[in-house]
Design a protein around this ligand. Structure first.
Ligand code: NAP
Length: 286
């Protein structure tokens, strides 16, 4: 495998983490202890894995964490009460709500309860609106922002570039397309009803896949200069983690690509802590 074509996430995450460590030191010297609260309902494997990873990165930076664990049968009122308590807690600077919430809790109600200033992963529609307006002080969804940070870190110019975003979910595809437009890219957003995806991706400079379709993107979807960002996290028939892109098929053809695992997924928690540090500074008027 051509290692120099791989846009690895670790270097990006380390860079962001080093900056956060310095910021946390300064905040602590002022008597402020940056604190992240994570709220989960029940025991979901994915939530718990992400929580462990986030806690590990927070520990490395000197950030305090609070884990709020609600019973899987908790009521909507109990969930709201937990969020309001964190909204009002002056020692908490950021809140991460693990989603999707159980069906009996209405996300459209909860998204309006979380305080915008503490909403680190763009749960609040107000934060999404700020992303739309190109407000750099917004907190875009961590995964979407992770893609932007990877492109920044590897000095991949976006201005005037044709970017195909495959997927239009509220957590990845849609906000990412806005972040790219705000950076002067020309963006085509594809979804399950899009016709001729191959033609669109082949004619793009950058392809970002966030569909959740294991190894769907092969060499027929790309050109010799393609830069491919693979957001997908899937499992193949052998149970191995893989992305939306068939790495073996495309590696000789692409110009550069993020691996799975070790690409976008490796960056997400570092974005979370950078948002937390920013929220902490803002709340304290620093
Ligand atoms: P999602 O809500 O299921 O959205 C998937 C999107 O892909 C939808 O817009 C869907 O189109 C589109 N799509 C599905 N099949 C398609 C096809 N065959 N052709 C074209 N478009 C297709 O998923 P998500 O939450 O955005 O997550 C997407 C992937 O990213 C998943 O693999 C997830 O595990 C991964 N992910 C990774 C991270 C990370 O840190 N790396 C974080 C979050 C998510 P429609 O809208 O028409 O249905």
């Amino acid at each position: 495998m051509l290692d120099n074509k791989l846009l690895k996430g670790k270097a990006v995450a380390d860079h962001i983490t080093e900056n956060a460590i310095e910021d946390v030191k300064k905040l602590k010297s002022m008597g402020i202890i940056p604190t992240l609260a994570m709220v989960k309902v029940g025991h979901k494997f994915d939530d718990e894995a992400y929580e462990r990873a986030a806690k590990k990165r927070c520990d490395r930076c000197g950030i305090e964490t609070k884990s709020i664990e609600l019973d899987e049968n908790c009521t909507q009122e109990e969930y709201i009460e937990a969020i309001q308590k964190l909204n009002d807690d002056i020692e908490v600077h950021g809140i991460l709500c693990f989603r999707p919430l159980p069906k009996h809790i209405d996300e459209e109600v909860i998204e309006k309860v979380i305080k915008v200033e503490k909403d680190l992963d763009c749960f609040s529609p107000m934060n999404m609106a700020k992303v739309m307006f190109g407000d750099e002080m917004a907190y875009p969804p961590c995964t979407a922002m992770g893609v932007i940070e990877i492109l920044n870190f590897y000095k991949i110019n976006l201005s005037g570039k044709k970017v195909a975003v495959l997927g239009r979910s509220l957590v990845v595809g849609k906000p990412l397309s806005i972040l790219l437009i705000n950076r002067d890219a020309t963006v085509t957003v594809c979804h399950s009803k899009t016709e001729n995806i191959k033609e669109i991706t082949k004619n793009s400079d950058i392809v970002v896949s966030c569909m959740g379709r294991a190894k769907m993107i092969n060499k027929d979807y790309i050109n010799e200069n393609s830069i491919v960002i693979d957001v997908g996290i899937n499992f193949d028939d052998e149970g191995n983690m893989c992305g939306d892109v068939d790495l073996d098929s495309v590696i000789d053809k692409v110009s550069a690509i993020t691996p799975v695992p070790g690409g976008v997924g490796a960056v997400t928690t570092s974005i979370l802590i950078s948002h937390l540090v920013r929220a902490c500074k803002k709340i304290n008027n620093i």
